[in-house]
Design a protein around this ligand. Structure first.
Ligand code: ATP
Length: 294
């Protein structure tokens, strides 16, 4: 007798972050984000890029529940934003300018804030909270400075404190707002190394950055914003000449062949403070063909 067998169904794992047709309109009537859609799998580092005013911070605010979407949806690990926030799944590493550095608080106190969501209303830290803070500070190389006032830190150290707060929170989706602004190359490298570790732990990192030069180096994926999502997906499919020109208004500049990228791809740069050459693709996945330098 032949028994009919049902095909096995494998449930699709929930995306790390799924934004579907999201629109955000501020109270003054300005629509900062219109019909934005993209999906990010878990275990990835995604760059969020676009010119000033393209809606990067607005998207972050929507993911953190600070501003509502007037239509569309945002799902974090398969959950709506309120549920994800209740479970402390979303961590935020702010831009330095958004922090009051004169506020008299110690480095370890800032990192402990990452534990607040796990404490009761009295906010009495338990041994597990102190252990998480110590581990997070160790991981970002700031254990020695844990008793320092935050106002007495360098730019790179400030970034690392807020990264440690996100680690202490154990955020599964970590939003980083311009993490490389005002940090030296060594600190940038150590932040990138940490982001790679976090990726390997299955977290989602969404990194808003103007440093386009570093995006193809360390971001698996990219989202190009211009009040909506112009392109999203693997960096090599998104960082095409046409997409970048659409996002940045034709300010791509070709380097001469002396600054060729790896494997002979032509490297280009956006005119900005970030002058590093980076690989631009001619078509999705196809690097620009090298041309004769003479
Ligand atoms: N609270 C607000 N009320 C009204 N409009 C706002 C508000 N916050 C931002 N905007 C506007 O929304 C648009 C998108 O701003 P947003 O801050 O999201 O851009 P951004 O890409 O993060 O820019 P930047 O790179 O300069 O940080 C801008 O036109 C901005 O002026």
């Amino acid at each position: 007798m032949i028994l009919a067998t049902r095909p096995k169904t494998h449930a699709e794992p929930a995306a790390g972050l799924a934004v579907e047709h999201a629109t955000v309109t501020y109270r003054n009537g300005l629509t900062a984000l219109h019909d934005a859609s993209f999906t990010i799998p878990t275990g990835t580092i995604t760059a969020l890029v676009g010119v000033n005013g393209s809606g990067k911070s607005t998207l972050f605010k929507a993911i953190m529940g600070f501003v509502p979407t007037s239509s569309g949806s945002i799902r974090v690990l398969g959950m709506g934003v309120p549920e994800a926030l209740k479970r402390n799944l979303v961590a935020y590493v702010p831009q330095s300018e958004d922090v009051d550095w004169n506020f008299p608080v110690l480095v370890e106190d800032v990192v402990m804030m990452g534990r607040y969501g796990k404490m009761n209303f009295l906010r009495m830290a338990k041994p597990a909270d102190h252990a998480a803070v110590a581990e997070a500070l160790e991981r970002v190389g700031m254990a020695d400075l844990r008793q320092r006032q935050i106002g007495e830190l360098s730019g790179g150290q400030k970034k690392r404190v807020f990264l440690a707060r996100a680690l202490a929170q154990d955020g599964r989706v970590i939003l980083l707002d311009e993490p490389f602004t005002g940090v030296d190359v060594k600190t940038e490298e150590s932040i990138i190394a940490l982001l790679r570790e976090l990726r390997d732990e299955g977290r989602v990192m969404l990194v808003s950055t103007h440093n386009l030069g570093s995006v193809p180096e360390f971001c698996d994926r990219a989202v190009l914003l211009k009040r909506t999502v112009l392109a999203a997906g693997r960096t090599r499919d998104v960082f095409t000449r046409d997409n970048l020109e659409a996002a940045f208004g034709g300010v791509l500049r070709q380097f001469d062949m002396a600054t060729l990228g790896p494997e002979g791809q032509k490297a280009c740069s956006i005119i900005s403070d970030d002058e590093r050459p980076f690989v631009v693709y001619d078509a999705p996945g196809e690097p620009l063909a090298p041309t004769d330098p003479r």
